[in-house]
Structures are given as C-alpha cells and as structure tokens.
Design a protein around this ligand. Structure first.
Ligand code: ADP
Length: 434
C-alpha cells in the first residue's frame, strides 16, 4: 500500500505518462488506468504461468497468446496516443471475448475456473479510463457473454484435463485475487481523486482571493487620484484666481496616473489573449527615453525626489515600439519614485553595450529607495505580487512589473534587477539594436 500510494512512485508514473495534450484531470484518469493496466498485466502473466505449468492447461495456450500480444501492442500505444482510453477499451474488449471462449472451453459457467471475473475486472478498468459509453458497451458485452454461456450450458462439458479440485482451487484463487485488486485500486483511485478535487478547490479559492485583492487594490488606486481631482476642482471653484493654474496641472497629473492604470489593465488582458503585437518605428531611442523620463519630473518634485536623466553621448538609433517602451519606462520610473523616501534620488541612464557579438541598448532605472529582499526579487515579476511590508504600505496592484516583464520579452529584450534592502534598487532593461 505504501509503495503504491508513495508520492515518488506516482510522480514517476506521471513523468512517464506526461503528455502536454492532456488537462490535469485527464492525466489523473490516465495515471490510474495505467496502474490498472499494469496490475492486470502482472496478474495475467503470473496466472497464465501457474495455469499452464502447474495445472497443465495447455489447450488454453491460444488465450495466453491473445492476452500477451494485446498487452505488448496496447502498452506502448496507451502511453503514446492521445486517446489512451480507446486503447485500453479495445484491449479489454478483446479480453472479454477471450474469457468467453475460455469459459466455453472449460465447460461453461458452473466450471468457469473464476474466468467469469475477467469481464467485470475489465469493465472496472474501463470505468477508470473515463469513457462512459465504452464502459457501458463493455458491460453489455460482458452480460451478453454470460447469457450466451447460460444458453449454451447444456451443450458444454468439462474437459478431462481439469479435475473438480483444480477447478475449485482456480475459482477460489481468482475470485479473491481479482476482487482484491479491484477493491484496492478503486480505493486508491478515489483517494487520489479526492485529493485532486481538494487541491482544485484550494486553487480556485486562491484565484478568488487574488481577484478580491485586485478589486480592492484597483479601487484604491482609482480612488486616490479621483479624490485629489475632486478636491482640486472644489478649490478651483471657490478661489479660481489662486487655484486655476496649479489646479489644472494637478488634474492633468492625476488623470495621467488614472490613464496609465487603465492602460496597464487593458494591456494585461491583451497579453492574456495573446493579441499584442509590436508596432516598431526606427528612431533615436535615447531621445525618446529622455523625453519619457523628464515627463516624471513634476511627480518626483512632489515627493522631493531628485530625478536625474543621463543620456548617452552618442545618438542611439534602433527599431523600437514607442508605446510599449513608454509603458516599460513609466512602470519602472513611477515605481522608483513610489518606493523611494523623500530626499532620495532616481537615476535614469541609457547607454550602448556589446555582448556576444550583438549590440544592445541598456536602460537603467536606479533609485536610493527601500530596496527589495533577495527572496522577494524572485517573485516581483509575478502577477499581483507586492512585497509584503508593514512599515511602508504603499498602494498598488502588483501588475506593473508583470506587464513590464511581458513587454520586454515581446521586444526580445531582457530585464534584470539588482537590489539591496534600505539602499536602493536598479532595474536594467536590455534591448537588441535593430
Ligand atoms: P505595484 O507597484 O502596483 O505594487 P509592481 O508590479 O509595479 O506593482 O511592483 C511589484 C512590487 O515590487 C511592488 O509592490 C514593490 O513591493 C516592489 N518594487 C517594484 N519596484 C520597486 C523599487 N524600485 N523599489 C522597491 N520595491 C519595488
């Protein structure tokens, strides 16, 4: 029992049967149908050996050949074909008919030697493969063979090579053996299915929690700029001469934040539908990076952060998609500002790099902020991930870096992070020069 339930053995079987064409639920059926298939294979081999050698039932040699040939063709096909259930069902249907012929040979139902259980064992195996129609068909075939044996009974006689004692021993042994295997495997299968269902329920619950968290975070992200916009318009209404100019700028900044958030969410769903394509242009990428970085100056000033942009001395020309690059830079720079305390520094640098005989554009966004621990660095590109931190509690959705990562990948680039807690973080984006 321990051996079969052992996770190691199960995972070895899963590796052996792994097939990307199948859903996880189908793989569970495949796994257990396989275990059943192999259990019956060993069972049939051992039983055939004993029947032929010890009870000397040589007239039944053809049945052993049919069983073995079916296994040797069926086993590799079961593993390779997508419709493993058909393979199993065809092999087991052959077994039911063979069992019928064997029972005719040994004198009918009353002296069935226990072969009567072969059919029910095959039907159980078929049920594990999960094709209900075949299982019902197999059961009907089995019942039909039994009824036919009943009708033929008066014409059948027990051959000389089977003594009543041998018939009885074979019947008792097969009954116990087949019932035990059936019960044993059905219990294990049920246990495994329950575990799968439990894991599935937990997974769905986690997705649900992530959705609720996203909903709360997104509402919060929308609420802050909207509250600022509303407060500003109130002030502009009350004291237009004092607030009109400052207010307009504030409203513009806040609506840009809202727009970026909406874009982020739309892009994530576009990426999910795999409908995102590059719209590249050829141009001075250094100038573009500077233009985007400078647009964050007023946001940085609001938080009293020194935003510095270092352009390469040489003009850097390449193919790039301005919209996607803007999203990448906006995410990195706004994060750098968000996670750096007042008085800190954010440095955006663009340069050229030669590596592996290829020219790369290197964009670095470095800050002197709170940094990220080594453990969290592994997860920051995951969707909805936010570094847990009681001290800072910064709002966000955990989508920005996941989107950035996907966009960099779409541009055939790479993104790397270097960080030291409480010292700062540097994000480096590498893009091939085209
Ligand atoms: P969000 O900023 O909306 O929370 P992101 O996907 O942009 O989501 O970032 C994920 C997490 O990575 C952030 O919650 C933050 O904890 C961490 N992070 C990102 N950029 C920085 C940075 N420059 N400094 C420190 N932590 C950062």
């Amino acid at each position: 029992m321990k051996l079969l339930t052992g996770k190691k053995l199960i995972s070895q079987i899963d590796d052996y049967l792994a097939d990307p064409r199948h859903e996880p639920e189908v793989l569970i059926r495949k796994r257990w149908a396989w275990i059943w298939f192999m259990a019956t294979f060993f069972f049939v081999t051992i039983t055939s050996f004993f029947s032929l050698v010890f009870i000397e039932m040589w007239p039944l040699w053809y049945a052993v050949v049919i069983f073995m040939v079916s296994y040797f063709i069926g086993i590799p096909l079961f593993r390779r074909l997508k419709r493993f259930d058909l393979v199993l069902n065809i092999v087991f249907s052959i077994f039911i008919i063979t069992a019928f012929i064997m029972m005719v040979e040994v004198g009918g139902l009353n002296s069935s030697m226990g072969y009567i259980y072969i059919g029910i064992n095959c039907t159980m195996g078929s049920a594990l493969a999960g094709n209900i129609r075949w299982t019902i068909g197999m059961f009907i075939t089995y019942c039909f063979t039994i009824i036919l044996l009943g009708i033929l009974d008066p014409l059948l006689s027990i051959p000389d090579y089977i003594s009543p004692k041998e018939g009885l021993i074979s019947f008792v042994a097969l009954t116990i053996w087949i019932s035990a295997i059936t019960l044993f495997l059905v219990i294990l299968y049920m246990k495994d299915r329950n575990r799968f269902e439990k894991e599935n329920a937990e997974r769905l619950q986690k997705i649900d929690e992530a959705k609720t968290k996203l909903f709360t975070n997104v509402s919060h992200e929308f609420r802050t700029p909207l509250t600022i916009i509303q407060g500003t318009t109130d002030l502009m209404e009350k004291k237009p001469e004092k607030w009109n100019k400052i207010g307009l700028k504030k409203i513009k900044d806040q609506s840009n934040i809202l727009l970026r958030l909406v874009d982020q969410m739309l892009n994530i769903s576009k990426l999910e539908a795999e409908g995102m394509k590059l719209n590249s242009i050829h141009g001075n990428i250094g100038k573009f990076v500077k233009y985007i970085a400078v647009s964050f100056t007023s946001l940085a000033e609001n938080f009293n952060i020194d935003l510095c942009v270092e352009e390469s001395e040489k003009s850097l020309y390449s193919d790039y998609d301005p919209e996607k690059l803007m999203h990448i830079l906006s995410n990195l720079i706004s994060n750098a500002i968000k996670f750096t305390p007042t008085g800190g520094k954010v440095n955006v640098k663009i340069s050229e790099k030669k590596e592996n005989d290829r020219n790369w554009i290197l964009i670095s966004v470095e800050d002197t902020g709170r940094g990220i621990s080594q453990e969290s660095i592994k997860k920051i590109f995951d969707r909805f991930y936010q570094v847990p931190d009681q001290q800072y509690q910064t709002p966000g959705t955990g989508l920005g870096l996941a989107l950035t990562y996907e966009l960099v990948k779409l541009m055939n680039g790479e993104i790397h992070v270097k960080s030291e807690p409480e010292k700062g973080t540097e994000f480096i984006v590498l893009m091939p020069v085209k």
